[in-house]
Design a protein around this ligand. Sequence first.
Ligand SMILES: *Cc1c(COP(=O)(O)O)cnc(C)c1O
Length: 389
Amino acid sequence: MSDGFDEELRDLRERSLLRRLRTFDSPQQPSVTQAGRSLVNFSSNDYLGLASDPWLGEAAKAAIDAFGTGSGASRLVCGTLAPHARLEETIAKFKGTEAALTFSSGYATAVGTLTALAREGDVIVLDKLCHASLIDGAKLSGATIRVFPHNHLGKLESHLAWAREHAPDGRVIVATEAVFSMDGDRAPLEEIIAIKKRYNALLLLDEAHSVGVLGRNGRGLAEVLKVRGDVEIQMGTLSKALGVSGGYIAGSRRLVELLVNRARSFIYSTAPAPAMAAAATAALEWLMTDAGEQRRELLWRNLARLGDSLPPALMQGRRIQSAIVPVVLGESARALDAAERLLEAGFVVPAIRYPTVAKDAARLRITVSAKHSAEQIAGLCEALARAVI
Ligand SMILES: *Cc1c(COP(=O)(O)O)cnc(C)c1O
C-alpha cells in the first residue's frame, strides 16, 4: 500500500507551496555563504547581530566550562542550574516585572502558557495574524477561541462582550503581538488595553519582534507606551534580536508559580543547556548598556536607509514600524519567482507563503540588521526594483 507521501509532496510542489531547507556554511550574519557562494542575508531575525557576537560566545564557553553541556533533567527535577536562575532574574529586571520564566523556545512558551492558563469554559481572543504558536496553544487549551480581524478594535470588543456573556465565570485572555512577524506593523496596544480592562480580560502580549528593536534599550512596545503594568502576561523570545534561543514569560510571581506547576511544555521538557541561558543573560545585560542602545540606533539608521531607497511602489503605502518590511506580491508563484531572482542577484530574501500568510498574500519578507552596510541596503533596493515588476 502506498503511504501517500509522494502525492502529498507533488501537490505542494504544484501549488508553489513546497518548502526546502537551505544550509549555510557560515555564521548567522549579513553576509553568509551557501555552497561556496557569498550572499547578502536579508532574512534573519538577528536584528542586532548578536547571534554570532564573540562576547556572547565567550559567555557560553565560560558556562560550558563551569556547568557542562547538558542540564540533565527537566527544570522541576534537577535541571535548574545557576545560569537559568540568573537569566530569569535578568529578564524580570529588563522587563520590569516581579518574575520571569524561561522555556526551551518561544513556541513552547506560547503553547505551554495558553494551555496552562485556559481550559474548557474559558475564552481566548486572538488577532487574526497571531503567530502559529499562539494559535496552537489556544487550540490545544480547549478554551473557546474567537479571532478578530487584524488590529480591529471593534471586533475585539464585541468578542469580549460575547465572552463575558457566555463565560461569565471563565478566564478571558486576549493574545496579540507587539510587532507582527510577517507584516512588521504594531498592535494598537493602548486601545487594546483600555478595552480588555473594561471586560476584565488578561492580556498576553508576544514581544518576539519588538524586544531589542523598540523602546529604551530594546525593552519592547509596552515600554515605549509606558503600559508595562497593564500587560499581565509579557511573552518574548531569546532567539531573535537576542541572538540565542529560548522563550520567556515575564509577569507576577503568582503567574510564574502557576506556570511552573501547569505549563506542560515547561514541566515535561529538559531544561535548556546552561550555555544557552548564560549567553542569553549576556545578551540582555549588553542590551541594557549604552553600547546596546547604540547598536539599536544603528538598526534604526539602516531601516531609515531602506525606507529612503526602496522604490515607493514596493513600500505599498506602508510606514516602517519595525525591522520587518514586507513586500506583498499576492500569489505564491509570484513571491517564489521574485525570491529566486533576488537569490540570483546575491540576496537572500524569503518568499513567505500559505499557510504562514493568507493564500492571496504571499510576500517577500525583508528583515534588516544593525550590521548591514549602507552598500548592502542600496544593493538590495536595486535588486528588488529589478526582481519585482
Ligand atoms: C518566532 C516567534 C515565536 C516563536 O519563537 P521561537 O523562539 O522561534 O520558538 C513566537 N511568536 C512570534 C510572534 C514569533 O515571531
